[in-house]
Design a protein around this ligand. Structure first.
Ligand SMILES: Cc1cc2nc3c(=O)[nH]c(=O)nc-3n(C[C@H](O)[C@H](O)[C@H](O)COP(=O)(O)OP(=O)(O)OC[C@H]3O[C@@H](n4cnc5c(N)ncnc54)[C@H](O)[C@@H]3O)c2cc1C
Length: 304
């Protein structure tokens, strides 16, 4: 049995593993893919403090697993299927075995939903983004497109209008779902052009996006631009917290895991960190900070 099991080796999980093992806890991280998390999809990251040269997400994350392993944290390549708690001990179900832990830090992240056009996956991180704060700056004084019609899409379109020369807001319906005040700000913004009843069909380019083809109420529109931001919702990876139809801890209305400032969930000894937790800022630096906070809190929990 380990002291702490961490599920997910993105920035939140790897930071939790580093802190937990360095504090002397016997720690293991389970990761279903390659360690690094979503940021490894991004070709550039320039807002991680202290890393001044622009690096790809993959480069940024390269040494994180080694740093955690250096202090004894084990990283196991395995998908976790479910977590339950019996008599103060957590049972972590893998495909065919059960692992036991005294505390669990869930760091399974979130997956942005795809809009579903051709080449969307191919250009992700190469002109197609799901994060305006992260990637908006790369398109300074250039034209970009935003896809979506909810609050996030409109707020991000407003944010991008302060950086880009022009923002095409592409929405499949003839009305927005966002808050009326946000809609008004968008309508009054001279740098935002709205394409209602429009659906992106494909992105094209060589290595990076060079443009998109949009079906605008039956008419084909070709927009030549290097940046496309997709905001059609995201799915938090909370499946492993389900026991039958019920979650093992309190969930918030937006589908995130409710936590307090120390990353405690409503179930003692279970912590949630990074993009999966309530009010997450969805940034690498924030996820890493969450991981550290949860590991320190796990030490306190186990001391009790
Ligand atoms: C294209 C792109 C560009 C971005 N650019 C930036 C940027 O410039 N700056 C910035 O700060 N942020 C950026 N972000 C956001 C940033 O990547 C996330 O906020 C951050 O990665 C969240 O970290 P996390 O550890 O919570 O989750 P994730 O990074 O999502 O990691 C979760 C990990 O858990 C694993 N996992 C999930 N389920 C299971 C399971 N059942 N069993 C085992 N393992 C599991 C996943 O495989 C994954 O490795 C970007 C995101 C994307 C997609």
């Amino acid at each position: 049995m380990v002291d702490v099991a961490i599920i997910g080796a993105g920035p939140a999980g790897l930071s939790a593993g580093l802190y937990a093992s360095r504090m002397g806890l016997k720690s293991v991280i389970f990761e279903k893919l390659t360690p690094g998390g979503q940021i490894t999809l991004s070709s550039e990251i320039e807002n991680y403090p202290g890393v001044c040269d622009v690096k790809s997400g993959l480069e940024l994350m390269q040494c994180w697993p080694n740093q955690a392993q250096k202090f004894g944290c084990e990283i196991v390549s395995h998908e976790v299927k479910s977590i339950t708690k019996e008599n103060d001990i957590f049972q972590i179900a893998l495909d065919d075995t059960l692992q036991q832990a005294k505390a669990v830090i869930v760091a399974t992240g979130a997956s942005p939903k795809r809009a579903g056009f051709d080449n969307e996956e191919k250009f992700l991180g190469k002109g197609i983004s799901t994060c305006a704060v992260c990637d908006g700056f790369f398109y300074r004084n250039q034209e970009v497109a935003v896809i979506g019609g909810g609050d996030t899409a409109l707020e991000e379109a407003l944010y991008l209008s302060s950086i880009a020369s022009k923002v095409y807001l592409i929405h499949r319906r003839d009305k927005f779902r966002a808050a009326p005040a946000t809609v008004n700000r968008v309508l009054q913004n001279p740098k935002i052009e709205i394409l209602y009843n429009s659906v992106v069909q494909e992105a094209y380019g060589e290595d990076f996006v060079e443009g998109i083809k949009v079906n605008k109420a039956g008419e084909l529109v070709d927009l030549k631009l290097p940046g496309v931001f997709v905001f059609v919702g995201n799915t938090k990876n909370t499946q492993i917290l389900k026991n039958g139809d019920e979650f093992i801890c309190k969930m918030c209305d937006d589908g995130s895991v409710c936590v307090d400032l120390n990353m405690n969930t409503s179930l003692q000894g279970l912590f949630a960190v990074g993009d999966i937790r309530s009010q997450a800022k969805k940034q690498v630096v924030c996820a890493a900070a969450d991981g550290a906070v949860a590991a320190l809190e796990a030490v306190r929990y186990l001391d009790k």
